[in-house]
Design a protein around this ligand. Structure first.
Ligand SMILES: C[S@@+](CC[C@H](N)C(=O)[O-])C[C@H]1O[C@@H](n2cnc3c(N)ncnc32)[C@H](O)[C@@H]1O
Length: 297
């Protein structure tokens, strides 16, 4: 509530913002609590510190109030929180985010975790390639957590690769290389038969489904990061599965992050491409699945 002096407490501003965000039709409210999280993240950016009991009781200055209102209005219009604040946390790394490059989702932490696990099981001289890397969350997390590995992140978007490199430089992660590439086409050919882990979080929305996506995705993420133009959304998955034999070491794995509804067809695609030991795992919310397949030894 606003006092006579016009002052507004942080907790009141949070309540109002969560309500406004919760009513927005530009946002996919797949979990109602998300509007509260969004309001809190934007507030933490305005205050310049994480929220705690004390900061919730404090009053916002006029400048803070104006900044917060403007951020909340952007969110209500559909702009993702990460783009508004310009950064996102991913497995303990603060990654810069910008419009024009797909914004990493915390749901991709599962793909990174599976890649790290698979890579640690391999012999020294470990090599990982993250295809369709975007701003590089998976490649950066793998490189950071397996420091003796050689990690590559490739993407068709020059803007994405530039942001991946900037994130790597700022975080002092120097065992990762980013390269513009249509899938694996620009990788050095010395890497054939030499990759232990291939990861991909592909643009998997079927061509005709793009128009049904919520505004926060359809209008704020580049179209090539959402769909590969195929009828079922699995065009790039089939392409990578088909190429995997040429690039994986015997026993190496391909890991694909995919929506739950595509889990079965992805498993079929991997089997058809001749990969063995095809299986899947899901995150705690059951939203994302990682489907894996192995090159036989
Ligand atoms: C869903 S986004 C995932 C980005 C990143 N892995 C992440 O999780 O934040 C898909 C990415 O695929 C890239 N992409 C689309 N077509 C590609 C292609 N033919 N070769 C390589 N990357 C491609 C897009 O530029 C986009 O960055």
């Amino acid at each position: 509530m606003q006092s006579d002096s016009g002052a507004v407490s942080v907790s009141q501003a949070l309540r109002d913002a969560a309500g406004a965000i919760g009513r927005s039709r530009s946002i996919d409210h797949w979990r109602p609590v998300m509007s509260r999280y969004d309001a809190e993240e934007l507030m933490a950016a305005v205050l310049g510190k994480p929220l705690d009991g004390d900061s919730r009781r404090q009053e916002l200055s006029g400048d803070q109030r104006r900044r917060y209102s403007s951020m909340v209005a952007r969110r209500v219009a559909g702009e993702p929180v990460a783009q508004i604040v310009g950064a996102i946390w991913f497995r303990g790394l603060s990654l810069h985010v910008r419009r024009g490059v797909f914004g990493p989702r915390s749901s991709s932490e599962l793909l990174a975790a599976e890649a790290i696990r698979a890579l640690r099981r391999r012999r020294r001289g470990r090599v990982a390639v993250d295809v369709a890397t975007g701003s590089g969350p998976v490649a950066l997390a793998v490189a950071h957590e397996v420091p003796d590995a050689e990690v590559w992140g490739v993407d068709i978007s020059a803007e994405a690769v530039k942001l991946g490199r900037q994130n790597a430089r700022r975080l002092h992660i120097d065992n990762v290389h980013f390269k513009v590439s249509d899938m694996l086409d620009a990788l050095p050919s010395r890497m054939r038969d030499g990759v232990d882990v291939l990861t991909i979080h592909p643009p998997y929305v079927a061509r005709r489904e793009v128009r049904t996506l919520p505004r926060e995705i359809r209008e704020f993420e580049p179209i090539h990061s959402l769909t590969d133009g195929s009828d079922d959304g699995l065009g790039l998955v089939r392409r990578l599965a088909g190429d995997a034999h040429e690039w994986l070491r015997p026993g190496g794995v391909l890991l694909v992050e995919i929506g739950t509804y595509l889990s079965r067809s992805t498993q079929t695609a991997l089997r058809k491409a001749g990969l063995s030991d095809v299986r899947w795992t899901k995150d705690s919310l059951g939203v994302t699945r990682v489907v894996s397949g192995r090159r036989s030894r």
